[in-house]
Ligand binder design. Structure first.
Ligand SMILES: NC(=O)c1ccc[n+]([C@@H]2O[C@H](COP(=O)([O-])OP(=O)(O)OC[C@H]3O[C@@H](n4cnc5c(N)ncnc54)[C@H](OP(=O)(O)O)[C@@H]3O)[C@@H](O)[C@H]2O)c1
Length: 303
């Protein structure tokens, strides 16, 4: 039996990873500890007999030390898209993407937990145009410098039931007769959440992944305009999409930052300046073949 601490495991990707590990015979008896800020939001995981969902503040060093004790591995998934403005990144990004990995590394070392799997983002780089991508790169560096048995995953945008991407476009298409779109020409190579989960589960089981960083992409590249048009059409609400000029998109994003849970920030616009796509010869780890968006997306967008 193994004990796995999954930090940020209650979200879209973490839940898929825990489900994937729980259904594999080789890891069926793993015990998962899933700290969350709001336990009631993790109802979908409470039904898993091997998942222990607990309310805990992972930013608190003493709490993290308690959570880490006796674990065999830690999967680190905390990530946010809105972290405020600042150089080299906003304060929210600093806390969630850099300081938390630093605390995770310290707690893991103190508890003798060597194996760490960390979810970053495709095109994370110290000189990236957005605070999101720069802070993701800094988080990777902090973990790399800690000298742990680390594997890093860098997915492009992730799709699947419950995503906040194609599902959001489909929802907006239902209510909006026209679709004014910021970053319409931005490029993505979406990867299925189950493929991401399988890559993480494969890596946990195979020591050859130690020291590796895997870019995770699906089989095809798309513009944002193509993806929005696709989600709208498949959900039964085909829409005319108007690409917003860069300056208009910028001011719209600025205005949306004043709306709680607004859909876009200036930093999101900056992230879209780099194509979130893999090299043409990129494959998933261990020879796994990526699943096409067109195979999966209709199964949940049609509803
Ligand atoms: N989804 C994508 O398309 C995509 C693409 C590339 C990379 N990624 C990366 O993959 C990881 C998982 O993404 P996701 O889509 O699963 O995100 P998600 O559904 O929003 O889940 C985020 C998780 O992080 C926790 N969390 C968020 N903010 C936190 C904070 N300030 N302090 C402590 N915990 C916090 C949440 O826990 P609570 O239960 O406490 O809310 C939740 O478990 C992230 O690192 C993200 O950057 C995602």
């Amino acid at each position: 039996m193994k004990s796995i601490l999954v930090i940020g495991g209650t979200g879209f990707v973490g839940s898929a990873i825990v489900r994937e590990l729980a259904r594999r015979p080789a890891s069926a008896d793993f015990q998962f500890t899933l700290p969350t800020r709001r336990r009631e939001r993790a109802k979908h995981l409470l039904v898993l007999p091997t998942a222990n969902v607990i309310a805990a503040d992972v930013h608190d060093a003493a709490t993290l030390a308690r959570l880490m004790a006796g674990q065999d591995a830690v999967i680190s998934l905390v990530g946010i898209l809105k972290g405020g403005e600042g150089e080299p990144y906003g304060p929210g990004f600093a806390r969630a993407h850099v300081e938390l990995p630093r605390k995770i590394a310290a707690a893991a070392k103190a508890a003798g937990v060597r194996r760490v799997l960390h979810i970053s983002a495709l095109k994370a780089a110290a000189d990236a145009p957005s605070g999101y991508l720069r802070s993701k790169a800094a988080g990777e560096a902090v973990l790399r410098d800690a000298g742990l048995d680390l594997t890093i995953f860098r997915p492009s945008v992730i799709f699947g039931p419950g995503d906040s991407f194609l599902t959001l476009f489909a929802k907006l298409a239902r209510i909006a007769p026209l679709f004014p779109l910021a970053g319409a020409d931005a490029r993505f190579q979406p990867v299925w959440v189950e493929d991401v989960a399988a890559a993480v589960a494969d890596s946990l089981a195979d020591g050859r992944s130690i020291g590796a960083a895997y870019d995770l992409c699906g089989p095809r590249q798309y513009s944002l305009r193509e993806l929005v048009a696709y989600a709208a059409a498949v959900s039964g609400h085909p829409r005319f999409i108007i690409g917003l000029p860069a300056a208009v998109a910028w001011w719209q994003a600025w205005a949306m930052e004043f709306i709680p849970n607004g859909p876009m920030t200036r930093d999101n616009i900056r992230s879209m300046r780099v194509a979130s796509v893999c090299d043409s010869n990129c494959t998933l780890p261990f020879g796994r073949v990526a699943t096409a968006l067109e195979v999966v997306a209709p199964t949940y967008l049609r509803n």
